[in-house]
Design a protein around this ligand. Structure first.
Ligand code: DGJ
Length: 709
């Protein structure tokens, strides 16, 4: 197998993945000696000779008034003759400027088909080293990049991106990304990329509901199954920024990294700062192939337990909100177990004096009136029903009205001489502090051990504002990065102590969904909006980057508590079956007919669960906004298709559904009636799902399953 990093000459390298090539080199200005590591090529895979030729291509002439060529640099600095968006901005005393010299390159075999290239550079005057790292792997087209700076002098870093990526020339550019708000996260937007700088960012200390840290660029003609896509994603769960520059002269670059504008990281001599990875993916198979490549990357290199099938869970939040009691939870658990639920999770309300959201975050002991004997007997009762157990926690949350805040007011993120405003009646604990992390590991470990928990739903309901750490004076801005690292560390230590423990990431719905948190958590809660119709849009956006095995999805009550929309049980199930199925409704009020239908649908889900969670996902005809839509999953010999028709008498949309990703020569047996069809027929002519017939009630849906013969 050819090595992924191929040196082309002393200063150029071709980095190869199964389907792409990335050529980079260090250009040294003959007059000034300044070194600028630059991207020469990123696109379809090239052989070494072709890659070498790429480095000989003449560079375009730019007038001195044009945007400089720094958009093609791997890490354009604020310094030299540049004025574009910098990926690295550092001040040494009063001088905010970096001038780099090339020091050396290093190629390392990291095993398992991964190779890493480090380009080491140093400032021409100050003892300040910058290392650009690139990792390519033999099993994915996703390329990982990150940056390290080390200093021998005082330096104030105001921007340190993980990397800048250049998207080759095209006649036009289009961007795709997801945006939203609470209860409407992950709304896919796709549109022409305006000339100028376009910034997607979070200044919230969490990933945010507003935007998600990825972007995909295409030349305007790419479809779900055809065309080139260049995608970038940042594996980070705190504040972040992706700056896309579309030059008027042509060419687009995207620089991505942690922190947001104004955050200042001061480094003392001997200190270093390492960024999280920014990931780049090229594919020529359309948006669908891009998503499948991201999903596969998450399975191979991000998720902690990708081989497992996630259990069907029950969560008490929508049924009981804060009013949890042992008797009521056990009653819900009994019904849940009877319909096939495998994991029972008690949500908010079990601790301190938590009767509503005004108090008790920080007081992680059982609510004395509701659970006078503690929680153990309730969880034992749940285990006796044959289910595993989980509990809601919000370790970073802090209520002013709590014993913890009275004891440690300094543990809250705060600024000297500034108010401590609350949001959702709470503050945020400073996880950059070691004592806070020790405290968190201590009580979480105790809770998991004492109650024998299998699962934690880790929530976070307070974006940062007025965030600081006054005792740290100069370096108090560090909390914007150290807090997130602290959360990662606590999760990692907890998992180390409890290898069987699984964690769900929640942040008031989908406020912390990213490839950083997915390294420490097994699934995420995409939104507090459980309305199946809204959820289809959220899931469509979610699936662009993240796999179904990480997407928790509950069936809740009708009318939906958030939107008041009424929808059939079957439709609600079929939408939630597109991810990790859960039940979040008040089972005490479901009729026996509904419970029977639910049991049947849960059994059907279990039949296709491995395919949905681990299979290749194809978003078939229609976005969820269309009259009819469908999502297909292929895994081993099984093909599962979830078909939706929300508008019953829709007449115009297609009535035939063409499958994809099948073996054209093979025969596929339709499980429902045993009929056999060639893959070629299913892909070229398609099927005619009953749910797609033109006249009928609203919200029809079905699950169609084939087995390859
Ligand atoms: C916000 C979460 O998104 C909900 O699912 C629920 O856990 C509440 N917090 C509890 O306060």
């Amino acid at each position: 197998m050819p090595m992924p990093v191929i040196p082309l000459d002393d200063q150029h390298w071709a980095l190869t993945t199964p389907g792409s090539t990335y050529v980079i080199g260090v250009v040294i200005d003959p007059e000034t000696g300044e070194a600028a590591p630059r991207q020469t090529y990123w696109g379809p895979r090239l052989g070494p000779e072709a890659a070498r030729q790429v480095t000989d291509l003449p560079r375009r002439h730019l007038s001195s008034f044009s945007t400089p060529a720094e958009v093609e640099e791997l890490l354009p600095v604020d310094g030299g003759k540049r004025w574009g968006a910098p990926s690295l901005q550092v001040a040494f005393g009063h001088v905010r400027s970096v001038e780099l010299r090339f020091v050396r390159s290093e190629v390392r075999d990291e095993g398992d088909g991964a190779e890493r290239l480090d380009l080491v550079l140093a400032d021409a005057h100050h003892p300040f080293e910058v290392v650009l790292s690139v990792r390519v792997r033999a099993d994915t087209d996703v390329i990982e990049r990150w940056t390290t700076v080390r200093t021998g002098t005082d330096a104030a870093v105001t921007r340190l991106d993980s990397g800048n990526w250049f998207v080759p020339d095209a006649d036009a550019y289009r961007y795709s990304g997801v945006f939203g708000a609470w209860a409407e996260e992950s709304q896919l937007q796709r549109g022409p990329l305006p000339v100028g700088e376009l910034v997607f960012t979070s200044r919230q200390g969490i990933t945010s509901h507003i935007a998600n840290p990825w972007i995909m660029i295409d030349a305007g003609e790419t479809t779900e199954e055809h065309g080139e896509v260049w995608g970038l994603a940042l594996a980070w769960s705190g504040s972040w920024r992706l700056t896309t520059t579309h030059r008027p002269e042509g060419g687009v670059s995207v620089s991505g990294g942690f922190g947001h504008d104004g955050v200042r990281w001061t480094l003392a001599p001997g200190e270093e700062l390492v960024t999280p990875p920014v990931l780049g993916l090229y594919t020529d198979g359309g948006f669908g192939a891009a998503s499948r490549a991201w999903h596969e990357y998450a399975r191979l290199h991000v998720l902690p337990t990708p081989a497992e099938e996630r259990p069907v869970l029950y969560n008490s939040w929508e049924a009981t909100t804060f009013a949890v009691t042992e008797a009521h939870q056990l009653a819900l658990a009994k019904t849940a177990a009877s319909i096939g639920v495998e994991l029972f999770v008690m949500d908010d309300g079990w601790f301190g004096r938590r009767d509503d959201d005004t108090t008790s975050l920080g007081d992680w002991f059982p609510h004395r009136e509701r659970f006078p004997e503690g929680l153990r007997s309730m969880f034992d009762g749940i285990r006796d029903l044959g289910m595993s157990t989980g509990l809601w926690v919000e370790p970073e949350g802090l209520s002013k009205e709590s014993e913890l805040y009275r004891a440690h007011p300094d543990w809250a993120l705060h600024l000297e001489h500034r108010r401590r405003d609350e949001k959702r009646q709470q503050l945020v604990l400073n996880f950059a502090r070691e004592d806070v992390r020790e405290w968190a590991v201590g009580w979480l470990d105790g809770l998991v051990t004492e109650l024998d928990l299998d699962y934690l739903k880790w929530d976070m309901n307070r974006p940062f504002t007025q965030a600081g750490w006054p005792e740290k004076e100069q370096s108090q801005d560090r909390i914007w990065i150290e807090h997130t690292r602290g959360v990662y560390q606590v999760m990692a230590r907890l998992r180390e102590r409890h290898p069987g423990l699984r964690i769900e990431s929640c942040s008031g719905g989908g406020g912390r969904v990213d490839l950083g948190i997915l390294r420490y958590t097994d699934e995420v809660w995409p939104s507090d909006n459980t309305d199946a119709r809204d959820r289809q849009h959220i899931q469509h956006g979610f699936s662009q980057l993240y796999p179904a095995s990480a997407m928790s999805a509950w069936v809740t009550d009708t009318p939906n508590p958030t939107t008041r929309r009424t929808m059939p049980l079957r439709y609600r199930f079929h939408v939630a079956m597109a991810g990790v199925l859960g039940i979040g409704g008040n089972l005490a009020e479901w009729t026996s007919g509904e419970l029977e239908a639910a049991a049947e649908l849960i059994a059907q889900y279990k039949h296709v669960r491995a395919t949905v969670q681990h299979g290749r996902q194809y978003r078939l005809a229609g976005t969820p906004g269309a009259e009819r839509s469908a999502v297909q999953y292929v895994h081993g010999d099984q093909v599962a298709v979830l078909v939706y028709n929300p508008l019953g008498n829709a007449k115009r949309a297609p009535r035939r559904l063409r499958l994809t990703g099948l073996d054209p020569e093979a025969q596929y047996e339709l499980e429902r009636d045993g009929s056999r069809w060639y893959g070629a027929t299913l892909m070229a002519a398609g099927i005619r799902p009953a749910a797609w017939e033109p006249i009928g009630p609203d919200y029809r849906s079905e699950l169609v399953v084939f087995r390859k013969v």
